[in-house]
Design a protein around this ligand. Structure first.
Ligand code: AKG
Length: 284
């Protein structure tokens, strides 16, 4: 009689083997999918919720001041502190060239709003670009009108709240030391309106240097930061790209992380058109 030997192995049935294979396969599949992502892991369910089929989008009936069609303006959030957004290919090369052509015959040295104790002499090295202000009504090509409308759409701030475009040219070595666009009443006196956001349209590529920098991005406290250093989050100018950032927090106070400036141009030439946007409009 054959008895069960003492050390005999337990045999796995076919269904158990299938089940184990199935489990190992899924564990491997999800594990490798998670490890291969270089973005913070988002659950597959959330990822599904983010996906929208463009064909499923239809325009809604709109109000009297609304628009009949959908818009799609690509953007990337560069930072939440300060709130800064990057808009690739916001303008065409031809539109950029039109703006440069308009500006280049009327450039004068850029100026500064002075605080108490400051004068032209002791601030002469702070902002060394040249520039000019141009309003959209002066532009017969319609380029500035088009760009202004697109900026208003993007920010949802009425175009009446924008100042004229400040078109700037930086040559090699020229720069703008770090500063705030909003005017602190403690330093500049009472303000009837405040610069709440800035939209920069880069009109040229720059071979080297000329980045727009945010030294205090994400609350970085640079001990003994000297306002001339080119550090922090840096945005490289590329012709046609836009950069929007907010100088005021949602409660209306100045965002300390919105400190920014232009690094010196090392090679090439930088052209940029800045639109400062106020919290109150000319026609409000
Ligand atoms: O040129 C830049 O990148 C920055 C310009 C700027 O800071 C300004 O116009 O307020």
């Amino acid at each position: 009689m054959k008895g069960k030997s003492k050390g005999s192995k337990t045999k796995l049935g076919l269904p158990t083997v299938f089940l184990l294979c199935f489990l190992f396969f899924f564990a491997g599949f999800y594990g490798s999918a998670l490890l291969s992502q270089d973005v913070p892991a988002i659950s597959p369910r959330l990822r599904m919720l983010e996906m929208v089929e463009p064909d499923d989008i239809t325009a809604m009936p709109h109000g009297e001041t609304g628009e009949p069609s959908m818009d799609s303006i690509p953007f990337q959030i560069l930072s939440w502190k300060p709130r800064a957004l990057y808009f690739p290919k916001f303008a065409t090369a031809e539109q950029c060239q039109n703006i440069i052509e308009m500006a280049k015959t009327r450039l004068t040295p850029s100026t500064l709003a002075l605080r108490s104790g400051e004068n032209e002499e002791n601030t002469k090295d702070t902002r060394t670009s040249s520039g000019t202000f141009i309003s959209s009504s002066e532009d017969e090509t319609g380029t500035l009108d088009f760009i202004e409308r697109k900026i208003a759409k993007t920010t949802m701030i009425p175009r009446t709240q924008g100042e004229a475009f400040n078109v700037l040219r930086y040559e090699i070595g020229q720069k703008y030391d770090s500063h705030y666009d909003a005017f602190n009443p403690a330093e500049y006196g009472p303000q009837s309106s405040q610069r709440m956001a800035s939209f920069l349209l880069y009109l040229s590529d720059v071979e080297e240097g000329g980045e727009t920098m945010f030294p205090f991005e994400n609350g970085a406290k640079l001990t003994s930061y000297d306002y001339k250093q080119c550090v922090g989050l840096k945005v490289k100018p590329r012709r046609g790209d836009g950069l929007l950032f907010y100088s005021l927090l949602t409660n209306g106070s100045i965002d300390q992380t919105s400190l920014h400036g232009s690094c010196p141009v090392i090679n090439g030439e930088k052209w940029v058109a800045t639109k400062w946007i106020r919290d109150q409009g000319r026609l409000d």
